[in-house]
Design a protein around this ligand. Structure first.
Ligand code: BGC
Length: 419
């Protein structure tokens, strides 16, 4: 081969390679998320597959750690390095914090074209939009005041029906304990302790008290006798966890219930994803009911995919992902697996199991009654600074020897300092 021919061939090959990698970059989304448990990964698979069918590849960026703060720490490093991922799983007030930093993309034209304003409830739009502009695509609504129970363990322990109030719950925990099972499957991590706290605040003070203390951050409510009782009840629950609970991941606690080693777990409805993934059926193998004393109220959180500022070559795939996330058929398929309910109000409930149907109905009822409230534990009641301050106090009390009176004082001071 002549030298000039060789040069031409090499040049052609280089051009072809450049174009093909450009095309690849344009058809790829890099997604940061914390969905690493079995049920979560399966639900994410529904989205990956959907995008794959459109020729978009998925670059996975998982950060284990559940609903804690690990993912946001990783994100901070990426954004500081001016190398933001395409999309990031995010909760509530965190979304607003990132938008304030001018790090997010503008999805307005897609949102208008697809009519998002009409189908996404106000309570979610509050977080999906910043300064009136769409920046995120909400994929679900989870609620956090659920109990997951092993039906056979309850039967063997003589618990004949789901407890309806706090005393009933304690009596049921005692019965399960007396039979040698772990009464309460729990993982001692700050966000999980705070998930219990959300429920106990409502069970003790009712929804108005929850709103005053956790959403309005009212000093009087935070420092009240009712709050002392909340901490006393947290200590009461502490007496029903097993010796190995410290630091345990939430899905391993779900596994204890699934495997019939434990009676109950208080956890958001992502736990259902684990039961389903293990082949278990609602009402046959497991029961789902609201944390006793919180019936009629729903504490919610919504996972949203926040779209970040990326180069022009990645925007097409980014918009395709946002569109896919918001499609009604996708929202049904995804949430059936994830344990959550759709973030759109126009998705039929046919494909959902009994727990899912119950979740959808109770969400709508609570929304009407004014008892649908953002979860503090999951970033929908107050900004991260306050949430983290609450985590610290709750965890220190739950895991240590802090008297409830002191925890109440610490809570007031911590929230005041973080506001
Ligand atoms: C998220 C869920 C997730 C759970 C545990 C929550 O904060 O909203 O989607 O399954 O954390 O990882």
């Amino acid at each position: 081969m002549k030298l000039t021919t060789l040069k031409t061939t090499l040049l052609a090959a280089t051009i072809a390679l450049t174009f093909s990698s450009m095309a690849r970059a344009a058809e790829e989304v890099e997604v940061l998320h914390w969905w690493t448990a079995g049920g979560e990964a399966k639900a994410l698979g529904v989205l990956k597959e959907d995008l794959n069918k459109q020729g978009i590849t998925w670059k996975d960026m998982p950060v284990a750690g559940g609903g804690g703060t690990a993912a946001m720490t990783v994100l901070r490093a990426r954004v500081q390095a001016k190398n933001a991922p395409t999309a990031v799983q995010m909760l509530g007030f965190d979304i607003q914090d990132w938008a304030k930093e001018d790090a997010t993309a503008n999805l307005d034209s897609l949102a208008t074209e697809e009519g998002w304003d009409k189908v996404v409830p106000e309570a979610l739009q509050k977080f999906s939009k910043y300064d009136g502009h769409w920046i995120a695509a909400p994929v679900n609504v989870h609620s956090t005041n659920w109990v997951w129970a092993n039906k056979k363990v309850l039967e063997d322990s003589g618990v004949t029906e789901p407890p309806k109030d706090w005393d009933g719950f304690i009596a049921a925990l005692d019965k399960v304990k007396a039979k040698g099972f772990i009464p309460l499957a729990h993982g001692g991590q700050p966000w999980q302790d705070a998930t219990l706290f959300d429920s106990v605040v409502i069970a003790t003070g009712g929804p108005e008290f929850y709103k005053k203390a956790m959403i309005d951050l009212d000093k009087e409510a935070l420092g009240s006798d009712t709050m002392k009782q909340v901490f006393d009840r947290m200590k009461q629950l502490r007496g029903y966890v097993d010796d190995n609970f410290s630091g345990r991941d939430w899905n391993l606690s779900s596994a204890l219930v699934i495997e019939g080693k434990a009676g109950f777990q208080i956890m958001g409805d992502w736990a259902k994803g684990e039961f389903i993934n293990a082949g278990k059926k609602p009402d046959v193998d497991f029961l789902c009911f609201r944390t006793p004393g919180t019936q009629g109220s729903v504490t919610f959180n919504s996972d949203q995919f926040v779209m970040f500022n990326v180069g022009e070559d990645r925007q097409k795939a980014q918009l395709a992902m946002a569109k896919a996330v918001m499609s009604p058929t996708f929202q049904s398929a995804f949430n059936v697996v994830k344990g959550s309910v759709p973030a759109r109000t126009d998705v039929p409930n046919d494909a959902f199991d009994d727990c899912g149907k119950k979740g959808m109905q109770e969400l709508a009822e609570a929304s009407k009654a004014g008892t649908l409230m953002g979860s503090m534990a999951h970033g929908h009641a107050a900004p991260a600074s306050v949430k983290n301050a609450v985590y610290d106090v709750v965890t220190k009390h739950f895991n240590g020897n802090v008297p409830s009176e002191d925890a109440v004082k610490e809570l007031v001071n911590a929230v005041e300092g973080a506001k």
